[in-house]
Write a protein that binds this ligand. Structure first.
Ligand code: DLL
Length: 432
């Protein structure tokens, strides 16, 4: 393992983790009750006093916090420290409504950098690596988070930000980048560009730390083959800190939650009831260590499963599965629940790259589902299967996966816009 593996913490016996979480939670609840009017009011309304929280088993007594609450408290209603103690802000992309602003003290930045350093180590990173950070820098947390982690580790850090693919590839070849950090869709685009330029033999990448958007196991395999690396998932959200809330290890089978800082729960998104381990539901996080913006029981709207099985890497932190979607990106088409990841799985299983678009509309009061998928030049020159046969095959496979019929349109290579950050793959015209 690298030189930043925090073994004493990351392999702590489960009872000790829970005890530690309980102690930190107790302090945090007192802190927010005294310093944040929002929490005082919510807890008073719920009839919960700070004295009622004496251990992690009392967490469920606290009320939830939602994105709507953060918007209502914009810009600094949730601050638990004076503004003068804060050293930075980051913000969500906020495509609808007000942006959410997260604040950080120096302690919060250090804690976050530690989480990202752990993620790099779990992917085999050490001070000898050259870490190319091609997540966006700025208000988005991707660039800053991995940059901080890479510095902690002492690796040579390339703060590339996203975009300017030509320059990305030049630095990757000239400096021999060994770890690439970016969104999976940008990794796929970089792989495509490397292939087109015939420069794969100059690429030294051994690992990729990819997250910030949903990606399937099939997409992982395709990126691993095309870039010749091991691809690790990393999860996080601005409200809780940024990337590194959880990270994958060598087992590549779910992401360990940094449980000394964040407590994860799975709830039923309809009723709010806490679900037993192993159930799929909405992920909820409590920040037990943060100073400036310590959200408690924050509803992420992300759907996944938590399991605490013995991991081959030795870490004892609970694992969250690959994200299965968001409570708000699940499409309901003709009454059937459809997740974009299911469509991606079918496309990639049929050998298509992850360049596709899902278009939903309503015609004569009935929902329509269209999938545009890009063909590769190799497939075009393969005469054993024509375009209409290809479309028919995808229609049949999508029907088997989703239970409903989709219209499939095979489109020319490179006709779907590439993404340098989070890909936009769903166009739902029903909402307009
Ligand atoms: O996306 C933080 C991040 C940056 C994570 C770089 C990983 C790598 P936000 O912009 O606030 O923060 O978006 C958070 O993105 O609630 C999920 O819906 C989604 N998301 C993040 N990581 C993953 C992942 C960053 N590994 C929202 N798989 C989250 C699927 C992810 N979705």
């Amino acid at each position: 393992m690298g030189n930043y593996y925090q073994k004493d913490i990351e392999t702590m016996p489960v009872e000790e983790i829970k005890k530690l979480q309980g102690e930190k939670l107790k302090k945090q609840v007192r802190n927010v009750y005294e310093n944040v009017a929002f929490y005082r009011k919510r807890m008073d309304e719920a009839g919960v006093k700070p004295e009622d929280i004496n251990g992690i088993e009392d967490l469920h007594k606290l009320p939830f916090v939602t994105k709507a609450d953060l918007r209502d408290e914009y810009p600094y209603g949730m601050l638990a420290r004076p503004m003068s103690d804060c050293v930075r802000i980051h913000s969500t992309s906020g495509t609808t409504g007000k942006r959410v602003i997260a604040y950080y003290t120096q302690h919060d930045i250090d804690l976050w950098d530690d989480c990202c350093a752990r993620a790099l180590v779990a992917a085999g990173g050490s001070k000898d690596d050259v870490v190319q950070i091609s997540y966006g820098f700025g208000l988005f947390t991707g660039g800053a988070g991995l940059n901080g982690g890479s510095h902690k580790l002492g690796s040579l850090t390339l703060p590339m930000s996203s975009g300017n693919t030509e320059r990305q590839l030049q630095f990757m070849c000239d400096l021999g980048s060994t770890i690439l950090c970016c969104t999976p869709s940008y990794a796929a685009y970089l792989a495509e560009s490397i292939n087109e330029r015939g420069i794969k033999d100059q690429i030294k990448l051994k690992a990729g730390i990819f997250g910030a958007e949903a990606w399937s196991e099939e997409m992982r395999k395709s990126i691993e083959t095309n870039l010749g690396l091991k691809a690790y998932d990393i999860y996080g959200l601005t409200e809780i800190s940024g990337p590194g809330v959880s990270f994958e290890c060598e087992a590549q089978d779910g992401m360990h939650v940094n449980e000394d800082h964040f407590v994860a729960e799975i709830i039923d998104p309809e009723t709010g009831e806490v679900l037993p381990e192993g159930s799929v539901g909405e992920l909820v996080f409590s920040c037990i260590d943060k100073e400036a913006f310590p959200l408690l029981r924050y509803r992420t709207r992300d759907l996944c499963r938590l399991t605490r099985e013995q991991c081959s890497c030795g870490r004892t932190f609970i694992k969250m599965s690959r994200l299965m979607g968001r409570t708000d990106d699940m499409l309901i088409i003709r009454g059937v629940n459809v997740f974009p990841s299911q469509i991606e799985t079918v496309l990639i299983n049929n050998g298509y790259p992850a360049n596709y678009q899902i278009i939903v509309d309503r015609v004569n009061n009935s929902d329509t589902l269209d999938v545009n998928v890009e063909i590769t030049p190799e497939m075009l020159s393969d005469t054993t299967m024509g375009i209409s046969e290809r479309e028919k095959k995808l229609v049949a496979d999508l029907k088997a996966m989703l239970g409903i019929k989709a219209a499939v349109h095979i489109v020319e290579p490179k006709s779907i816009a590439r993404s340098e950050g989070k890909a936009v793959r769903i166009i739902d015209n029903r909402k307009i």
